[in-house]
Write a protein that binds this ligand. Structure first.
Ligand code: AMP
Ligand code: MN
Ligand code: MN
Ligand code: MN
Length: 292
């Protein structure tokens, strides 16, 4: 065991290791996020855009400019047992060819999926959704359900993005199109090969039975996964306690992050999460050599 140098001491650090920029479905640029994180008192930050690394260099530069310790990151879309699961990668090398190529392949189906989503919405009378969603897209290779949600809210179909997801964009609803994302094994291997640590993102959000969730974590470990998000905006305090216990049971490190997307849409701002429960080992204790 090494001793933790002062700047990364878990008792004093305020980490936010999960958020999104205009490189995926966030509304702020990487530089705007760096400034906002710094102002919020964040002392270790990661940008984790969906399936894409194009925001990392701007984030790194902006973080350096305001002396904010930074980890490169990503959030990979995975299909596991017919459910979409998100695997965050922290401390990755954003230029590692295996990761870069894997993500390019993961992104490649989004365009076709978006066209099919628009067709589904047209069938219930919502026309022009593809062009409409594109108005909100910051990265042409990353059109997501969130961009459709913003269009539907702006056009008065729903009050907020949550309502759009509930009525139109979740399994069984008119704008939902099933999609085959990366496999769990591939996502964990790409992250690990790129020098990072794989993290199961917001585990309380998945509709798994206890046995399917056990299978997820068992397979995740077997593939080399090392951490679980314990504290995040989608979790209650009870969820955090439950996944802290699960981290102990599976021998996983613990991560924390707001999953911030936008000042007007997100439940929680950057840097606003409660501390990790005392019993867990924070993921950054194993990532000090990857901090910029
Ligand atoms: P996609 O990768 O295109 O399937 O879009 C997934 C994104 O949709 C997530 O990362 C969230 O930002 C957003 N999302 C999913 N479910 C909801 C919800 N119920 N309310 C608001 N946003 C959601
Ligand atoms: Mn998102
Ligand atoms: Mn997610
Ligand atoms: Mn996220």
């Amino acid at each position: 065991m090494w001793s933790t140098p002062a700047p990364y001491n878990s008792a004093v650090i305020r980490a936010d290791l999960h958020c999104h920029s205009t490189a995926s479905d966030g509304t702020l640029t990487p530089a705007e996020l760096a400034t906002r994180a710094k102002a919020a008192g964040v002392s270790l930050w990661a940008l984790t855009d969906h399936d894409d690394l194009s925001g990392q260099s701007q984030a790194l530069q902006a973080a350096a400019a305001c002396q904010l310790p930074f980890l490169c990151g990503v959030e990979i879309s995975v299909s596991f047992a017919d459910v979409t699961v998100h695997i965050v990668g922290l401390g990755i090398d954003p230029e590692h060819p295996t990761l870069v190529q894997g993500l390019a392949h993961t992104r490649s189906g989004r365009e076709r999926r978006a066209q099919a989503m628009a067709q589904g919405l047209a069938q219930v009378g919502i026309t022009g959704a593809y062009q409409g969603a594109l108005q909100y897209v910051g990265n042409p290779s990353l059109i997501s359900r969130t961009h459709f949600a913003r269009f539907l809210v702006a056009n008065g179909h729903c009050q907020d993005t949550n309502e759009v997801f509930r009525r139109y964009l979740t399994p069984g609803k008119p704008g939902y199109v099933p999609h085959q994302w990366a496999t769990l094994g591939n996502a964990v291997q790409w992250i690990t090969q790129a020098g990072g640590i794989a993290v199961v993102a917001h585990p309380a959000r998945y509709p798994f039975s206890p046995s399917a969730e056990y299978a997820l974590f068992s397979e995740f470990k077997q593939h080399g996964g090392q951490a679980v998000e314990v504290v995040t905006s989608a979790h209650t305090g009870a969820d955090a306690a439950r996944y802290a216990d699960l981290a102990t049971e599976f021998g996983l490190l613990a991560s924390t992050g707001s999953d911030f997307h936008s000042p007007t849409e997100s439940r929680c701002d950057l840097g606003s999460m409660p501390p990790l429960p005392g019993q867990v080992t924070p993921v950054w204790e194993a990532l000090q050599h990857r901090v910029h």
